[in-house]
Ligand binder design. Structure first.
Ligand SMILES: [Fe+2]
Length: 353
């Protein structure tokens, strides 16, 4: 049977350029149309929105998001309840921050119009009702969350995304100046998420001309930023392109392993990817030298020896989480992936990390 051709849906409106953030008030005023209120989710590093001349009106709701851990379904449910309890639905949800904050904005916008717990929607195409309009403003680049159709959440049972067209932002604002103050390590780990998206896309069997063009350009720009004279603007575009590439293909082995690391240790997605990628020479041999050159050039110390003392029970759970990533694993290893990427192979890899 021939697989159906995907119908690519992209973020309808993108504003890119130094100073773009100064046009946000105008955008939001159009949505407010006089009486509507807005819900802001803001990374705790950027709590003072006035510094960016972003207006928060008296009826608006403002949540500072703790990004020390990845977003949890219980936290999404709490935000949703608070917003619903406060009165009418907002006219817009604005997320201002890194990948975690962007994912919170997506998940809450969906949960405001879909009943139950956000954990009920972890999977593919489960929300049924149109979400609240949302604006994403990334302050660190690489996750591709600004353009992806997923928001990854840690649930009681699993780490998995709400993969849905409803996860896409309606508007994104990309202002390279916002990346100026990101700490080096965080910028690096997040950017490597983009690098790895591109590698996994290019090495996967789901690859097609559409994904390839985006992945190649994303790789070029990430390289330029971390091995050459690239700018924050380059990395912002790389992130978007890397994200677009995987929307139309898939990630691979590294992401499947990284999810287990995040589950066990609460490690952020980008760092989890970097830890895992360093052990995946067998799967991505053509990119290892360059990856390690970037790690070295930016004085990044990859955490090691994490899994050696884990309980058997936790290791088994991590393997379960890895094996939930069926599409990425099929993309990386082909339809026979279950016979190639066995529990023993995964365990052996984790024990080396
Ligand atoms: Fe990723």
């Amino acid at each position: 049977m021939v697989a159906p051709i995907k119908n690519f849906l992209s973020v309808p409106k993108t504003m890119f350029g130094v100073g773009a953030i100064s046009q946000l008030n105008e955008l939001l005023d159009e949505r407010r149309a006089g009486s509507g209120h807005i819900v802001f989710f803001v990374d705790h590093y950027f709590k003072d929105l006035e510094k960016y001349n972003i207006r928060v009106d008296s009826g608006d709701l403002f949540f500072q998001v703790d990004t020390s851990e990845e977003p949890k379904t219980v936290v999404i449910d709490e935000y949703t309840k608070k917003i619903k309890d406060s009165g009418d639905l907002p006219c817009a949800v604005v997320a201002f921050g890194g990948g975690s904050v962007l994912d919170v904005g997506k998940a809450v916008s969906i949960m405001l119009t879909n009943d139950g717990s956000s954990s009920d929607y972890q999977g593919w195409d489960l929300p049924k009702n149109k979400p609240v309009y949302k604006v994403g403003i990334p302050t660190v680049s690489g996750t591709g969350a600004e353009v992806s159709r997923t928001c990854v959440l840690m649930g009681p049972e699993k780490k998995q995304g709400i993969n849905s067209n409803f996860s896409l932002y309606d508007q994104i604002v990309l202002d390279p100046n916002l990346l100026e103050t990101v700490p080096t390590e965080q910028a690096f780990y997040t950017a490597m998420d983009c690098y790895i998206h591109s590698v996994e896309s290019l090495c996967g069997c789901y690859l097609n001309d559409f994904s390839k063009a985006y992945a190649e350009k994303a790789l070029d720009l990430t390289r330029k930023r971390f091995l050459g004279d690239g700018t924050h603007g380059d990395m912002m575009i790389a992130s978007m392109f890397g994200g677009n590439s995987i929307v139309y293909s898939e990630v691979g082995v590294c992401h499947a392993m990284s999810y287990g690391l995040s589950y066990a240790f609460g490690i952020h997605h980008g760092e989890g990817n970097v830890i895992a990628f360093d052990y995946l020479d067998q799967y991505y041999p053509d990119y290892m030298e360059e990856f390690r050159e970037m790690v070295k050039k930016h004085n990044i110390t990859i955490r090691r020896g994490l899994c050696a003392d884990l309980s058997e029970e936790m290791l088994e759970k991590m393997i379960d989480i890895t094996l939930l990533m069926e599409k990425p694993l099929e993309n990386a290893l082909g339809t026979d992936w279950r016979n190639i990427f066995t529990r023993d192979v995964i365990k052996e890899l984790y024990l080396r990390m």
